[in-house]
Write a protein that binds this ligand. Sequence first.
Ligand SMILES: Nc1ncnc2c1ncn2[C@@H]1O[C@H](COP(=O)(O)OP(=O)(O)OP(=O)(O)O)[C@@H](O)[C@H]1O
Ligand SMILES: [Mg+2]
Length: 500
Amino acid sequence: MDIIQDYRKIIKKNLSNTIDEGYIPELGRHKSGKVREIHFKSDKIGSPIIMIATDRVSSFDHILSRCIPFKGKVLNLFSKWAFANTKDIVDNAMIESPHDNVIIQKRMKKIPFEFVVRGYVWGSMAKDYENGKREFCGIKLSNKLLKYQKLPEPLFTPATKAEQGNHDINVSFEYMAKRIGRKLSSKLKNISIKLFNRASKLAKNKRFIFIDTKYEFGLDSHGKIFLIDEANTPDSSRYCSKDEYEKFIKIEKEMASGKYKNVSELIKQKAKLKIKELSKQFVRDALIKKGFDHDSIGDIPNLTNEDVIEVSYRYITLYEKLTGNKLNFPQTNIRQELLDKLKQENYIKGGVAIIIAGSDSDLPHIKKIQIELDKYDIASIIRICSAHKQPAKCEEIVNKYNQSIEPIVFISVAGGTDALSGVVSYHSVHPVISCPPNAEKYQSCINNPPISSNSLILRPQNVAKHTAKILGHNNPEIKEIINKKKKDKIKKLEEADKQF
Ligand SMILES: Nc1ncnc2c1ncn2[C@@H]1O[C@H](COP(=O)(O)OP(=O)(O)OP(=O)(O)O)[C@@H](O)[C@H]1O
Ligand SMILES: [Mg+2]
């Protein structure tokens, strides 16, 4: 009881201490999944992709507005546990995990299917079954099954991965075989079922039932199969405690009376018989209660604080019970903890200057700025975009960097009428320093209209120092360089003074 209360208290305290976005420009190119933020420097198969598991939750293929404290950490910990326990069945793409929210994997050629394995008549399958459907992904089931019932053997029901906002579509093995080849399909089916059986065994050891799951696979450049993405997490799988599943005996008895059309009818009348699963289903149920389901369109409702605490609690306790490990709760701001760890492990410097220039003809000036930034050990990224010729792209670039969770300073480099400084400083949430290449004609950017908030510094050296002061606020290494430079200069002046 104490642990329950303590955990709920910790979660409550951390309701806003979540990672809702996870774009870190220093890590390279970026794409957002529904739950993960993916960074990569190359398209090459085998090259690293850095995946940050955020605390976002998606349901019915929509991303919800509220985050679930510690969910990202828990998902990664589940995957790491699953990867470590399945290497003998199939290799996985994981390279390392520098922080609980971060998993680095080898980039693979994604196989465009979701490999779903079901051990029980549950979820969408149960709904279809009760509506009279008997054939699932080309497999015929008997008429005698009930919702929640264990299937005679695990069922392989692959689906195609839909674009964001669309639902995945179930497909037959034959369909998959036509698309990616029969031999590969058979191999993947066997691996999926073996993985499912392994997870069932691990769950059984801890008095849990592994109900169903989905896996993703990729191929390396030699065509070797790798397990990718996440595995056996409560986002991708359903679990249930053995004790909870005891209810099924009562359900069978009730159904034998012939009074109910199906199990869902029975549960409508005897709600206590609903078997509570440990998975994302709690989120789905909370939304259904608010009138939103699989077929709804429009805005998805908000979860309440109580809902959020419950989901977090369920994810954490399931993880701890299944693996026997304890979750390390963050002691401070979780975003900062994540950035600090990546910095400590040399993945990032922890702050970045985006030098945005109106033309590549400004490169000599940009290089001068970069050389000065290097002296403060500040990472810099060059972007070329003309505010006159590509206004939409400028806005797009700025909006993308607005998602960054690491601090940014924009350095705007544009000659002539310098529309760039105005556009960038209007749209950006980050500070903007204008450093036009033609220092004698700088007037344009100081005449920007209200709410354009750029500052103007003409010397690259001074731009770098100002950038260092902004980024140094939370960065002791940069602060130290600023102080050292100051001391060195003063020492030099004093020595010069002594000479005269
Ligand atoms: N090792 C890997 N190589 C290539 N792609 C990977 C690898 N691991 C994961 N991915 C891809 O990275 C993305 C992970 O993000 P996330 O889990 O948030 O996405 P999703 O919600 O499953 O689906 P979507 O990508 O459609 O938004 C997925 O598209 C997944 O297929
Ligand atoms: Mg995914």
